[in-house]
Ligand binder design. Structure first.
Ligand code: HEM
Length: 260
């Protein structure tokens, strides 16, 4: 089994009262657009949703101008032959342009950062699934190849990443029982972020660690845009049920009072 190093970041959308931080989502959007979109698609996200109040909340004119930067293939154009045109708010992001780079729309929900202990899932119950933590740790997880691999005659393909579990792993880094002696594995994605990869209009810092969290937060929103509404509905439900419990308790006392 592969050991991985996942950090437990404090995201603003965690916990029962958590919600997305608009400014963080806008920073993450910028990082996705300027760095990740070169390889990764976001096929299930419609441009109009960038205007959502509980999402990146781009002003409508900015959202329209942003969409127009993308080209989509429209089958209805050119007498049914189809042609490219600028995207409108109703369109969705394009698919991945690099065939082996997965679409990122649902990535934050399809990966987990926390596991165990011993398959019980208690860590996820306490800390959440950790999809955003996984993505942030992956961005931040590139390290120099461990000595065991650096000495090999044919070098490993890909880059060494301590947060990535499913990549290639050399026999040279296994002990006599086949256990891995170093965390992580080799990933086909070259390190995408180094720090200062983008410049924010408000001068916000762009260290590797903050960029990693910002793009992870954006991808969490992409995968679960209605999280804020879901949490509010849940909280309303809990408050309602608590009140109901009190009333039913008092009613019950009153009904049985004459018989005691
Ligand atoms: C895989 C995120 C930029 C190429 C992935 C995965 C994530 C991710 C979450 C899935 C890892 C997994 O399977 O658990 C990002 C983010 C980026 C970014 C947030 C921008 C900050 C790029 C760029 C390229 C790229 C610029 C191309 C040069 C790939 C490839 C894979 C991958 C080829 C498949 C790796 C494998 O399965 O070995 N990326 N990526 N990514 N990405 Fe990226």
């Amino acid at each position: 089994e592969t050991e991985v190093e996942i950090h437990d970041f404090d995201f603003p959308f965690e916990g029962p009262f958590g919600s997305y931080d608009t400014m963080q989502l806008q920073r993450g959007l910028k990082i996705y657009t300027e760095v990740c979109a070169a390889c990764h698609g976001l096929e299930r996200v419609a441009f109009r949703t960038l205007h959502d109040e509980t999402g990146p909340a781009l002003p409508e004119d900015q959202m329209r101008a942003y969409a127009a930067n993308f080209e989509v293939f429209d089958k209805a154009l050119a007498d049914g032959e189809g042609d490219y045109r600028a995207a409108t708010p109703a369109d969705y992001y394009p698919a991945s342009s690099l065939s082996n780079a997965p679409d990122l729309s649902l990535m934050a929900k399809s990966r987990a950062g926390f596991h165990g202990p011993y398959g019980t899932g208690i860590s996820q119950f306490v800390n959440g699934m950790g999809g955003a933590e996984y993505i942030a740790s992956l961005m931040d997880g590139y390290e120099e190849e461990p000595a065991c691999a650096a000495e090999m005659e044919t070098p490993m393909e890909g880059a060494y990443n301590v947060a990535f579990a499913n990549g290639g792993f050399p026999d040279a880094c296994k002990d006599e029982h086949g256990h891995h002696t170093v965390p992580g594995s080799w990933i086909a994605m070259p390190q995408p972020l180094y720090g200062d990869d983008v410049e924010f209009d408000d001068g916000h810092e762009a260290t590797l660690e903050s960029e990693s969290q910002d793009v992870a937060a954006f991808l969490m929103w992409a995968a679960e845009p209605k999280m804020t509404a879901r949490k509010q509905a849940g909280l309303t439900g809990v408050i309602f049920l608590s009140l109901l419990s009190v009333l039913l308790y008092l009613t019950n006392k009153r009904i049985w009072a004459p018989h005691k």
